[in-house]
Design a protein around this ligand. Structure first.
Ligand code: FNR
Length: 368
């Protein structure tokens, strides 16, 4: 249907399957690992949290803008890194860049984007803030160059992906045997030969260093002044290690269900993590982000009420541009805005700062 008949983010998912240039693109984007239990759980977790709305609070004026890692954002939502944008649309990630620049949203650039890092940054409006997602190369000099180049180009947040020492088995993707060359992926320096029958994810990710460990964090902190966020934390234990390591924050994430299947959802572990940090007496600035399954402003508000600074969204924006290009992404942003306005009014808050744990009933989450 025409774009003006799209009324929620789920609609983009339905619409994007058909125009994806190839079945292989759709398989790569939509797939999750093994039995795809975690990807389903990412949505279900939000449905286990109920609102406790307050009334009679003068909600005539509502403001959902915020600051993420020191950068103004018109939404408490950032565009999370998704690789290989050209599988879904000839302009690839630039669809995100242009829509984000126009509407004051922050895009996280994937190491494995189809468009090059510089192409993406160059497509931004002057001063447009970007985050960058990092897969750490076996050759640390390559990683160092990449990070320092990103810093030179003004990137505002370095999200090191820590949940992918090896990419998960996405079986839909494997069955279609999409290989790296077809995907438009830039061959990474340090890439080793890999079997071509393992699906695109495996084919393009063999440069990622599985020996990456906590001892490496000081090195990252030493090579850049960009705030460092560890993307893919799943337990309170690791959240505390991250806090102690000196990084600036974490993303509670299971990589959109694409890594360890039956890992818990980011929302599910948020309370465990905020409790642990409180118990530790954590005092320095340490931002907690959540991603996975966010499709409604109500999801966003639940995560923020429980202590998240902002949430990441991957597939919804990706599907929006597969189906409709840049206008699709703009529409997705507009949908978040409209839903935030309504949900904040109905919840009885006029700014995001007013969100509190008491505004949700999260007893049905798996907490003790
Ligand atoms: C991803 N994600 C991801 N994460 C990352 O750190 N590096 C990457 O290259 C990719 N690539 C990627 C490709 C595709 C097709 C998807 C769907 C996801 C994970 C992404 O950043 C984010 O964690 C999830 O997408 C969030 O879940 P939702 O919003 O897709 O449900």
């Amino acid at each position: 249907p025409p774009l003006d008949e799209i009324i929620n983010l789920h609609d983009f998912e339905v619409e994007s399957e058909l125009p994806c240039p190839s079945a292989k693109g759709w398989a790569y984007y939509s797939s999750a690992s093994d039995d795809e239990i975690t990807i389903r759980e990412n949505r279900l977790a939000f449905q286990r949290v109920w609102f406790r709305p307050r009334v009679l609070r003068n909600v005539a004026k509502v403001d959902w803008s915020t600051t993420i890692l020191g950068q103004k954002s018109s939404l408490p939502v950032y565009i999370s890194a998704t690789a290989l944008g050209k599988l879904g649309h000839p302009d690839g990630e630039l669809n995100l860049t242009r829509a984000a620049g126009k509407h004051g949203v922050i895009q996280m650039i994937a190491t494995l984007a189809s468009c090059s890092f510089d192409e993406i940054v160059d497509a931004g409006v002057p001063g447009q803030p970007f985050f960058v997602q990092l897969y750490v190369n076996r050759d640390r000099e390559i990683t160092k160059r990449y990070v320092q180049h990103a810093e030179k180009r003004g990137v505002k947040g370095l999200f090191i992906t820590v949940d992918a020492p090896q990419l998960g088995r996405r079986e839909k993707d494997m069955r279609l045997k999409l290989i790296g060359e077809e995907s438009g992926a830039k061959v990474q320096e340090g890439q080793k030969d890999v079997p071509k029958d393992q699906g695109v994810a495996r084919a393009i990710s063999a440069f990622i260093d599985p020996s990456l460990c906590w001892d490496d964090i000081p090195w990252f902190l030493s090579i850049t002044k960009i705030p460092i966020i560890l993307k893919g934390i799943s337990t309170a234990e690791d959240a505390l290690l991250a806090y102690d390591s000196g990084v600036h924050g974490i993303v509670l994430s299971n990589h959109g269900g694409r890594q360890l299947d039956t890992a818990r959802s980011g929302l599910e572990i948020l309370i465990e993590v905020t409790d642990a940090l409180k118990k530790r007496g954590a005092t320095r600035q340490f931002d907690i982000f959540v991603d996975g399954g966010v499709r409604r402003a109500s999801d966003v508000l639940k995560a923020l009420a429980l202590g998240a600074k902002a949430v990441g969204v991957g597939r919804a924006f990706l599907y929006a541009y597969c189906a409709y290009g840049q206008p699709g992404v703009e529409k997705a942003i507009q949908i978040f805005r409209d839903e935030l306005e309504m949900n904040m009014r109905l919840l009885g808050v006029t700014t995001l700062d007013e969100l509190r744990p008491e505004m949700v009933d999260a007893r049905a989450l798996n907490v003790h």
